[in-house]
Design a protein around this ligand. Structure first.
Ligand code: ADP
Ligand code: MG
Length: 700
């Protein structure tokens, strides 16, 4: 039950003055409440102004700059009405001791103009000044009041992100009424932290954000923004912690076999594990041995060697008689995992199968029978694995590769196909710590640092497309020396046809220029065609592979040494880093050529610079976050931090860490939120729409 003290905040916005059903719809679209119900007063209140108008700016007419919003103390001069049927505007002149200005009106009623701007009288007028042919003018001033009424004009007005059809004044009026509805709420932050930060209480913070006294009040680092952002972060961290605690009590299965099968897998590898691979395996073994479910993120830069960690730990689960699933984001990757794991599995005695969307019905039925009979220990596949019709005899562990491409639902869907399924998420896009926290909550994390021994760093250069021929020449020289080259063509998102034309064209040009066969891989080819092309390239029958970004993740040809990325300016940082990670996997020095088409925009230029300067995936991810906010890294392409209305991953990273610790401490001392602070925290969860987590509390 929602605490009644919150009722005023959960009233629909249409209860506010000036908001009818039509406006309510616009507001809902703007503030993003739940899709199936009207936006609430709380939804509206979390719509924070992005800037403000300061009407205290009174420079005088002559000193008003073009584009500034100013307040002028003027004497109204002559009105000049346009001739009838003319499209010309109505003009009113006015002056102060510094100069003269014209107020300009289109389609305004004359009687209203004469009443509002009475000739010869003093008026306080506020609006945006524009200089036109060296003369100042103001089109449709926002305010015109007599000196006695001057205090009716708000000195500072918040400016909200708006949507078409919704007037700023309507929103301001509704917001004012909404602020008056904010009840006195119990304090959910602990006293020492409040004292240390000096933050105001929630109600005061929110009210100030909607009636700021200066620009600094609505900036991300103001105490008012920090307070509300922290509340939002705490609500989310607490909810995640509750979900996680619940998941743990739901019980996993203790899996502690003697490790024979794991050892067999490791012995079958043609190399030694690195220390951080060993550590990660140890972490995961320990998780599996606990009676709770595992939820762990394995982070490691491209080429760090995550796959063998997954396989070794899957072996542990398989030894107990359960089954494992490994999910890859693309078919190529699934096939590649399958191919690279097959010899090891065979040697270790693990029965493995591949499942993709391309399987025939007959193949699928056969596979399904084997899964149900427990005749398959490990299935590698694409999202085909998620399908409701796929079942297992006893699914014990799921590994999700390149997680950021899958939604959380899909992850949960798969783990519900078994009892107490342990989940390992692997990501090669090194997600910055702050985003791990916001999106996964307090997930356990293992990191693979560095790369397997013997790897050489990759030299990166950026070159203008004008020098295409020169680059082709160098590629030719390299292939004659026996090197292998990837050549990536960009995705033109609007049209798959144009993409196709572009890679086919480049393929032709390269074959012609190099005088040898060149492989081609793109999304429209059949699996068999792709496999054949990849095989040719892997085995060295061809030395150049032209591809669209289908090769972006995971593809592994250890002796490829050159990566050419055409139209590099169109790619995001994370994507460039992923692509570059396809080379530098063997012991030979490698290079990456970023072919760009100038002139470069600021962000594109910054990206290419970062790529040249560093090979460190974590650094690149942080920069990426800085350059474009969190949304795109996770593929959600929203502005701001996904799932949050106020808090921002870039600006409030420090608060996120505190909120996580705070949430953990809260659940340690008061797991059922029964204390006085616990009751207040329940309010907080409702307030930010995280109340689903409350259902998980045993005491309801
Ligand atoms: P990623 O972390 O990008 O998924 P992979 O698991 O695909 O990396 O590993 C990249 C390559 O490195 C593969 O060819 C793999 O066999 C190899 N590899 C993994 N671990 C080691 C190691 N300890 N020593 C040498 N090569 C390794
Ligand atoms: Mg991988």
């Amino acid at each position: 039950m929602r605490p009644p003290v919150l009722d005023p905040l959960f009233a629909p916005v249409s209860t506010l003055p000036g908001i009818g059903p039509k406006i309510a719809k616009l507001v809902a679209g703007l503030v993003g409440g739940q899709p199936d119900r009207e936006a609430t007063v709380a939804d509206l209140l979390f719509h924070i102004p992005h800037s403000l108008i300061d009407r205290r700016h009174k420079p005088g007419i002559a000193y008003s700059e073009n584009g500034d919003i100013v307040t002028l103390d003027v004497t109204i001069g002559r009105h000049s009405a346009p001739p009838r049927h003319s499209k010309a505007p109505y003009r009113i002149s006015a002056y102060d001791e510094t100069g003269q200005i014209t107020f300009v009106f289109f389609h305004s009623r004359q009687d209203w103009l004469q009443k509002t701007f009475p000739e010869g009288e003093r008026r306080i007028v506020s609006g945006k000044v524009e200089w036109f042919n060296d003369r100042p003018q103001m089109v449709h001033p926002d305010y015109s009041v007599s000196p006695e009424e001057a205090d009716q004009m708000p000195p500072i007005e918040p400016i909200y992100p708006l949507t078409a059809g919704l007037a700023s004044k309507t929103l301001q009026k509704a917001m004012k009424a909404a602020c008056e509805k904010i009840p006195h709420l119990p304090e959910w932050l602990n006293e020492p932290y409040l004292h240390q930060t000096g933050w105001p209480d929630f109600a005061e913070a929110l009210k100030t954000l909607h009636a700021p006294k200066g620009r600094q009040d609505v900036e991300p680092q103001s105490p008012f923004m920090q307070r509300v952002a922290y509340d939002e972060l705490l609500a989310s961290q607490l909810a995640l912690a509750l979900v996680r605690a619940n998941m743990r009590t739901l019980g996993g299965i203790e899996r502690k076999p003697d490790g024979k099968l794991q050892a067999a897998v490791i012995n079958a590898l043609p190399f030694e594990l690195t220390d951080s691979q060993k550590d990660a395996i140890k972490d995961i073994n320990a998780d599996l041995a606990k009676p709770t479910r595992m939820l762990r993120l394995l982070q490691g830069d491209v080429g760090a060697g995550k796959t063998v960690v997954a396989l070794a730990t899957l072996a542990q689960v398989i030894q107990t008689g359960a089954q494992g699933g490994l999910m890859a984001p693309t078919e190529i990757l699934a096939r590649q995992h399958y191919a690279s794991m097959a010899p090891i599995c065979e040697q270790a005695g693990i029965r493995m199968a591949l499942m993709t969307g391309k399987d025939t019905q007959k193949e699928r039925r056969l596979l399904q029978e084997k899964l149900d009979a427990g005749e398959i220990d490990l299935v590698v596949g694409t999202h085909a694995l998620f399908q409701g019709s796929v079942t297992f005899k006893d699914l014990g562990m799921v590994v999700v590769d390149e997680q950021h491409r899958f939604g959380v639902h899909q992850r949960l869907a798969l783990s519900s196909k078994g009892r107490g399924v342990d989940v390992l998420v692997m990501t090669a896009t090194p997600i910055p710590r702050t985003l791990v926290l916001t999106c996964f909550g307090d997930m356990d994390v293992s990191k693979l640092l560095g790369k397997p021994a013997g790897r050489k760093p990759i030299k990166t250069v950026s070159v203008s497309l004008d020098r295409l021929e020169e680059i082709i020449g160098r590629v030719g020289a390299a292939t004659r020396e026996g090197q292998k080259v990837y050549w990536v063509c960009p995705l033109v998102e609007e049209s798959e046809k144009i993409d196709l034309a572009a890679v086919e064209d480049r393929h032709r040009v390269l074959e012609h220029a190099l005088g040898e066969r060149v492989s081609l891989v793109h999304g429209r080819m059949s699996a068999a065609e792709k496999d054949a092309a990849m095989d040719d390239f892997k085995s060295g029958r061809t030395r150049v592979l032209v591809a669209t970004t289908v090769i972006e993740v995971g593809v592994d040809v250890p002796d490829a040494t050159i990566m050419v990325i055409e139209h590099a300016e169109r790619f995001g940082l994370a994507q460039l880093h992923q692509l570059r990670g396809r080379v530098g996997r063997g012991d030979k020095p490698s290079s990456c050529v970023l072919l760009y088409k100038g002139p470069l925009g600021e962000t594109a230029g910054a990206r290419l610079n970062i790529m040249r300067e560093t090979n460190d995936g974590f650094l690149i991810a942080e920069e990426d976050l800085r350059l474009r906010g969190g949304g795109e890294i996770l593929g959600t392409r929203q502005s701001g931090t996904p799932g949050f209305r106020i808090a921002r991953a870039d600006e409030h990273a420090d608060l996120m860490e505190v909120a996580r610790d705070d949430a953990r401490l809260i659940l340690e001392t008061d797991p059922d939120l029964k204390s006085k602070r616990g009751a207040a925290l329940r309010c907080l969860l409702y307030l930010f729409g995280r109340d689903a987590a409350i259902q998980l509390l045993r005491a309801g």
